[in-house]
Design a protein around this ligand. Sequence first.
Ligand code: ATP
Ligand code: MG
Length: 412
Amino acid sequence: MADVTKRIGLSLGADICWPICYESIMERLDLSIGMKGDRQRFEVERVTIEPFNLQQPVKYDVVIDRLTHWYHTSREWIKKAILLNDLYVYNNPWSLQSNEKQTSYAAMMRLGLPVPETWMIPPKAYKNSADLEPTLKKYARLFDLAAIGDKIGYPLFMKPYDGGAWVGVNKIDNADELRAAYEESGTHVMNLQKGVLPYDYFVRCVGLGPQTRCVNYNPSAPLHDRYMMDHDFLPEEDRQVLEDMTLTINAFFGWDFNSCEALRSNGTWYPIDFANACPDSQVTSLHFHFPWLIKANIRWSVFCASTDRPMRANLDWGPYLKVAGRDLDPREKLREYAKIARKDLEADKFERFCKKHLGHLDEVADAFFGSDVARDAVAQKVRALFPPHEHEEFTELFWQRIQKAREVERAS
Ligand SMILES: Nc1ncnc2c1ncn2[C@@H]1O[C@H](COP(=O)(O)OP(=O)(O)OP(=O)(O)O)[C@@H](O)[C@H]1O
Ligand SMILES: [Mg+2]
C-alpha cells in the first residue's frame, strides 16, 4: 500500500473566517483514507500569487477557488492547471465567465422553470470606442421604455444582467421610476424583471456538490440578520423542490458551489437569482449555518481529491434539453432534471464515501466549534467588518448562534 498525499489548495481573496475553520478541522480530522490500494493523507495549503510557467507542474489535486471571478492572474493559472495538469477546481472558471445571470435565466426558462418575465435593454451610456457611433447610428433603434414597463407590469426590478451584491438593483413601481432608474444606470447592461410580489417565502438554497441547505432569508434585515436561524421551516415537498431546482441549476452550469434564491408566491417557487460565483461564506452573514457550510465544503473537497473526480471538459446540456422536450408536468420534469444532476454530482457515491471515510467529521467539527480557535476566527472576521465599539457585541452574537447550531445538531 503506497502512501499518497492529496493536496487541497485554497485560492483566497479577502476570506478570513472560513479558511481558518476549514484548515483547523482538516487538521483535527487527521484523515487517512484507503483508496484503490493507496493510503491517502491530506494537506491543505493556501495558493499564492506569483509568476508561473505555463508548463510548470501543479501540486494540488483540488482547488477551492474564491478569487478568480475578479482576479485574472489566478484565473488564468487555474485554467492552465485544468488544461495541462488535470486539476479539479470549483467553481469552473469558464462556466462563470460565460454564464452570467441573464444566461442562467434563459437556460432555466428553456427547462421550463418559472423564471419571472425578464427583458434586456441596451445600456443608457457607453465607453467611447472607434466603432461605437457608426454601429449605434446604423442599428440602435429608439425604444419606448415605458411601454416595456407596461408590458411587464409593476412592480418590476431593474438589475445588471451579470450583477451581484445588490449593486445597481432597483425596485420600480411606475414609469417615472423606471425612467429615472434607467437615467442612473450608466454603462451597465440591465435586465428588467417582473417582481414576484407579494411572496410568502424567500429562500436561499445553498448547494455544495450534491449537498443542499435551505435558508430562510430576509432581504430587508441588516446583513447579520438576513440569514434567519429557522431550521426545518419548510414542508418537505417545498424543500425537495428547492433542492431539485438548485442541483439542476448547479449541475447544468458545472457550478459545484452556488446559492439559488427563490420566492414562493401562490404556491409556486420562482427562481430569481442563481448565478453566484462566490457564494457568501462569511460567519458574519451565515452564523448559525456556518458550521454546515464548513463541513459541506470539507466533505465535497475531500471526496473530489480522494476519488480523483475529473473536471468536466465540457458542459453537456443535451440530456436536460431532451427532458425539456418531453410531455411531462413541471414537477415531474424537475424531478427528471434533478436525477441527471445527482448522477453528474455522484450523489450516491458521495454518500457512501462520507459514511465510510468521514464518519467522525460531525464529532470533530462539533468539538472545534466550541474551541478558542473557532471563537478567534469569528472575532477576526468581526474585527475586519465592524467598528471597534461593536467588536465584542457582534463576536458574542455570532458565537452564540454557532453554539445554538451545535445544540440543534446534537439534538437531531
Ligand atoms: N423578480 C424579483 N421579484 C422580487 N424581488 C426581487 C426580484 N429580483 C430581485 N429582487 C429583490 O432584489 C434583491 C437583489 O436582487 P438579486 O438577488 O437579483 O441581485 P444581486 O445583485 O445578485 O443580489 P445578491 O448578491 O444580494 O444576491 C433580491 O434579494 C430581492 O430582494
Ligand atoms: Mg440575490
